[in-house]
Design a protein. Structure first.
Length: 418
């Protein structure tokens, strides 16, 4: 098996497709090493194992809306595309979506995946409760009332259990419109950065950091939001755009200020089309919003080395949350996302330099994308990191859910990984 991007082949010795959570729990209990895979959209080995891989696609696909409670209970392997279409049929919605609707709910939440918007939390922000299978096969249900156990488990990078279900907060369905600006001058963008990224419910900037302007700015506004008063020196696109300049906008969500449903505007790509580039690599670094202009200028200083390796870079924002290993933990943030060409040796060669530039700004890597595990002081970046490491050791002392990447991140191998 390979991941979505095709840049890595998984190392598992066996693959299982359980048809029930009870069967999944039995596989976990009998295995010495085991990991679950969702949509396989991670670009690193956070979900890899040399033991048994469990695929969640054969489990019952549960989507149960409780309108009175304002929540939906969903199986971990369900995709956001399937979830959103079911919610919309009942007039419900969730607060935010990633650029791709094809990813699984459990995998996205576990790795801290997000959309954009200065006041919008990551996808994990909707989680009210989570169901996990522990190493023993025990099934546990944790809610916000469980305090630290819950806050540690939601963005748990697969170290505390296999996620088989989640309860998400929902809101009434809403409508949006999407507008694209082109050739946004860097000086205006950085001088007015907070106003720029607050210009709509969700804002994304696309660039390769070279030249005097940002190539595209996507504004996803609520129907009731006023039109953008200041274009910051950019011009409105006269035709629909794809983030990658050489690709057709046919598979992108509708633009040109045409009103539509939230699920058809918040992602960048339509669910019914093949998403993005496919053969690509990704990295992302999340840091406090107040450092955005200085951090972006630092990245621009090596644009000559980055641009030849990039398809595009996306700049997004996100609201703070309380999940221990969330890249947005207790900080309103800017996220610098890099979609690389499939040139992994060259990308891995430049990553340490990029990380060195961003380190003074407290940049936290996205858990599911390419980064240098040894290049970060995790306890400095995450105030509850030591507590998370202790919790992981307590719940999984034999390292059933561990792998080389998690051992590197957590610092101390579990007993069976020594």
């Amino acid at each position: 098996m390979k991941n979505w991007a095709g840049n890595l082949e998984y190392a598992s010795a066996d693959v299982r497709r359980p048809e029930s959570v009870a069967e999944l729990a039995e596989v976990v209990a009998r295995s010495s090493r085991v990991k679950a895979l969702g949509s396989r959209h991670s670009f690193n080995r956070v979900g890899d194992t040399d033991g048994v891989h469990i695929l969640l696609d054969a489990l019952p696909q549960q989507i149960d809306l409780d309108s009175a409670k304002g929540t939906v209970r969903v199986s971990g392997g369900v995709s956001y595309g399937a979830l959103c279409r079911t919610l919309e049929q009942s007039g419900a919605a969730i607060h935010n979506l990633a650029s791709l609707p094809h990813i699984s709910v459990a995998g996205a939440v576990q790795t801290g995946t997000h959309g954009s918007g200065v006041d919008n939390q990551s996808l994990a922000g909707a989680v009210e409760a989570i169901e996990l299978v522990r190493p023993s096969g025990e099934q546990v249900w944790l809610s916000r009332a469980d305090g630290d156990e819950f806050l540690a488990s939601v963005v748990g990078v697969g170290a505390l259990g296999i996620v088989t279900g989640l309860e998400l907060a929902v809101r009434p369905s809403f409508r949006m419109r999407q507008r694209v600006l082109v050739d946004l001058p860097w000086d205006r963008a950085l001088e007015n950065f907070n106003d720029l990224v607050s210009g709509a419910y969700s804002v994304s900037l696309f660039t390769n950091y070279s030249g005097q302007s940002i190539s595209q700015a996507w504004f996803k506004a609520l129907d009731e939001e006023p039109a953008l008063a200041d274009l910051f020196g950019a011009t409105a696109a006269l035709t629909p755009r794809h983030p990658l300049p050489d690709m057709s906008a046919e598979n992108c969500t509708l633009q040109m200020d045409e009103p539509g449903l939230w699920l058809d505007r918040l992602p960048h790509f339509r669910h019914e089309f093949t998403p993005s580039k496919g053969e690509e690599l990704q990295s992302e670094f999340i840091l406090p919003l107040e450092h955005a202009p200085a951090a972006i200028e630092a990245v621009r200083s090596i644009a000559d080395r980055l641009a030849p390796l990039l398809f595009v870079s996306e700049i997004r924002t996100g609201a703070a949350d309380e999940f221990w290993l969330s890249p947005f933990y207790r900080q309103q943030s800017v996220a610098l996302h890099f979609t690389w060409k499939p040139l992994q040796p060259d990308v891995e060669a430049v990553l340490p330099e990029l990380e060195d530039l961003l380190r003074p700004f407290g940049a936290r890597p996205h858990w599911g994308k390419l980064f240098s595990p040894e290049g970060h002081d995790w306890e400095q970046l995450y105030p509850r990191f030591a507590a998370f490491r202790s919790l992981a050791s307590a719940h999984d002392p034999d390292g059933k859910f561990r792998n080389a990447l998690l051992d590197s991140i957590l610092g101390v191998p579990a007993s069976s990984a020594r």
